[in-house]
Design a protein around this ligand. Structure first.
Ligand code: ZN
Length: 80
């Protein structure tokens, strides 16, 4: 009984990990399903970048007040 049962070498589908530079820290981060924070290298970088992006986005439409501080930041002076 000769089956053509040769050890079927699984095709090496060149699955070399895709590495991309982390947008947060510029370190090489693995871009793959095992990296839930891709293209970032870690959750930290992801949150950092999102935070930066958010503040950047918020900064655009906001016109800086003449005195350079936001009204929300400065509590009303009770002695005024
Ligand atoms: Zn990073």
């Amino acid at each position: 009984m000769q089956g053509s049962k040769r050890p079927n070498t699984p095709r090496t589908v060149a699955t070399k990990p895709i590495v991309v530079p982390c947008p947060g820290c510029r370190q090489p981060s693995r871009y793959g399903p095992q990296n839930p924070w891709r293209p970032f290298c870690s959750e930290r970088c992801r949150s950092l970048d999102l935070g930066a992006w958010a503040s950047e986005a918020y900064r655009v439409p906001a016109q800086s007040p003449p005195d350079g501080r936001t009204a929300d930041d400065a509590p009303v002076d009770p002695r005024h």
